[in-house]
Design a protein around this ligand. Sequence first.
Ligand SMILES: CC(C)(COP(=O)(O)OP(=O)(O)OC[C@H]1O[C@@H](n2cnc3c(N)ncnc32)[C@H](O)[C@@H]1OP(=O)(O)O)[C@@H](O)C(=O)NCCC(=O)NCCS
Length: 397
Amino acid sequence: VRTLRPVTAEELPAVLGLMMLAFRAEASPAARAEARAASMDPSHTLGVFEDGRPVATARSEPLPLTVPGGRLPAAGVSQVAVLPTHRRQGILREIVRRQLDDARAAGQAVAVLFASEGAIYGRYGFGVATYEAHVRVARRRNAFRTPASVAGLRLAGFAEAVDEMLAIVDRVVPSVPGALRRPDGWWRHAAASPPPGGVPWEVVLRAEGDGFVAYDRALDFAIPSLDGGSLRVHWLFAETPEAHAALWRYCLDVDLMDEVTAWARPVDEPLRHLLADPRGLESSVWDALWLRLVDAEAALGGRTYGPGEPVRLSVEDELCPWNAGTYEVSSEAGCRRVSAAPDLVLPTDGLAACYLGGNRFTTLARAGRVEERRPGAAERADRLFAAPRAPWCPFHF
Ligand SMILES: CC(C)(COP(=O)(O)OP(=O)(O)OC[C@H]1O[C@@H](n2cnc3c(N)ncnc32)[C@H](O)[C@@H]1OP(=O)(O)O)[C@@H](O)C(=O)NCCC(=O)NCCS
């Protein structure tokens, strides 16, 4: 017999061990799972049990998501795993069904996740709502157009710096569409735990309190040469242009490092504009936050819109039929359901992809994924949905 239900605190370590195993077998996931479980609320984790033994799991925790002009309660889906012996039997589909129903009952207007593989979640109505740039700057191309001051920087460890980092994160996240921040419990656990891969993270803070960078360094201590060092930026938050320039300059100049990489930067990372050679910022763009409209009316009503004429969008949604219908979106009135004929017809994952302003309706129309029933409607929708800056989710979860 197979059952799907929230796990208990006692079951959580075993279920986390299963999740770690499904992603990559570890020598001893049990010890790490035990420590991690202590920082988590078990009621947000579902387990699938077969004859009393866990065979699959998934988590969905409440995470407020920044949207243009506001913040919405979101279901943050993570730790989705099915044992290799139980794959392709429809377990993931059952889990997603349950999570979407739970999110709706909890008043979470959208669900968001990072996908391990790009082919999994489109079928469930998730669309790619934000992108991220994985960037690299080689030492020989790292000069700035104009010098940046690196005065007043302080080097600290993660645990020591965590409160100052969080204060900055909490000021930045509300102004970036697509951003969310992980709960306090996660930060405390991360600060207190040995780093993943065993290499400690270093944190550099500005005396002004307006930015920080967290990174680690890889260096092969081969004699006689110490070539090949790589500084890997995990997070760089700056509230001012001075902080942004200083923190990047610092990273680019750390001794013995041949390159600096950063794996989750906004696609409009301003560093390119600081470099004397803009080509010095090598960048590859990937899908980042996947978003699903759990309650389309609440989600569309929960953000603000740019100027221009109203647009009527007709949404198709098989998995969440309560979303199907036509919505009129306007700068003044926000969103309301209407019965009038639509200007645009699109599937729910298409609307999800455009929801934060990270994709254009006109782009989807060119791909044949949006049907324009009134000429110019996709362009008008683009103006309404445009975000003040490129949507970006700085934290994977
Ligand atoms: C990804 C994973 C959770 C899928 O679980 P599952 O129980 O095998 O999925 P289901 O049987 O419910 O499959 C549902 C559908 O998704 C498809 N699918 C599942 N995983 C897929 C993948 N990795 N790539 C492409 N399609 C996939 C199935 O073919 C099926 O298609 P259908 O509805 O057209 O028949 C599981 O393979 C796993 O644990 N992988 C390792 C960990 C991981 O990647 N987790 C995802 C975290 S974001």
